[in-house]
Design a binder for this molecule. Structure first.
Ligand code: BEZ
Length: 266
């Protein structure tokens, strides 16, 4: 591992966050599993009829729709206009909003977030906004990338870029905290943590690793001119093949999730 990237370069990454482009069709094709694997969060959330729930980083709304189907009134927010448009096309109340600058005030019974918090490089701002958005006693149920998430993939991207004389450190776009570090942030924002754990979860991919890289690792790929990206992707894939591709040609990604339930004082 060329260093711990889990919290590196927060300011640079924040500046680049806007350059991550979400294409709803590509996301559904290469990352449809994200919402499916978020199903355990619904069991933890137990959304009830009449409750008001905020889905933080709702993407194209697959999980948001399940919360709505449980009878809760759900609002989804996401920074991507394309993903919000896709969620609205499902008939959901979805809004373009920066999760680091939430404006809700004591109006939600619960906040759910799946596979989004690791894109938010100012966790303190996010958690204080979430605390302000919740009613007293409200709960936050979430899953994000945790310490060590996609470490093998990150190492291969680093090695391929370094071989081209490019310093990849500034391209790292994520925040993958350890449980204790995130628990401290939750407590500082006024939450009592009911559970928090790292869950290693090798995740089968629906296709080639290249589709995953194009969907999630844009900030690394953009370090080379567009014409060189297919070669870079092929090279990263070859570096990863021995570890992440089985003998049947099935790819997986070395996910490590951080899952937690936290509650505001009543
Ligand atoms: C995700 O947003 O689902 C994700 C991002 C980076 C690594 C793994 C997953």
């Amino acid at each position: 591992m060329p260093g711990d990237h889990s919290t590196s370069d927060p300011d640079g990454a924040r500046a680049r966050q806007a350059t991550q482009h979400w294409d709803p069709d590509r996301y559904t094709k290469n990352a449809g599993f994200v919402a499916e694997l978020g199903a355990p969060l619904l069991d933890l959330l137990q959304p009830a009829k009449g409750e008001r729930v905020l889905d933080l980083g709702c993407g194209e709304g697959a999980l948001t729709a399940k919360i709505a189907a449980a009878g809760a009134a759900v609002v989804g927010i996401d920074s991507s206009p394309e993903q919000v448009a896709a969620a609205r096309a499902r008939g959901l109340d979805a809004r373009v909003m920066n999760a680091e600058a939430l404006t809700f005030e004591a109006e939600f019974d619960a906040v759910l977030s799946n596979a989004a918090l690791h894109w938010m490089r100012n966790p303190d701002a996010v958690l204080h906004g979430v605390a302000a958005a919740l009613k007293p006693g409200g709960r936050l149920v979430a899953e994000m990338g945790g310490q060590g998430n996609v470490e093998t993939i990150v190492n291969a991207l680093f090695a391929a870029l370094e071989a081209r004389g490019i310093d990849p450190r500034g391209a790292f776009p994520w925040y993958f905290p350890a449980p204790q570090a995130y628990q401290s942030k939750l407590e500082a924002a006024g939450f009592a943590v009911e559970s928090i754990a790292l869950i290693p979860r090798p995740t089968p991919l629906p296709g080639e690793i290249g589709g995953w890289l194009e969907t999630f690792a844009e900030s690394f790929l953009k370090q080379v001119p567009a014409g060189e990206r297919p070669v870079l992707i092929a090279e990263v894939a070859e570096r990863l093949r021995p570890t992440l591709c089985d003998s049947q040609g099935r790819w997986s990604a070395d996910y490590v999730r951080l899952r937690f339930v936290a509650r505001l004082a009543g």
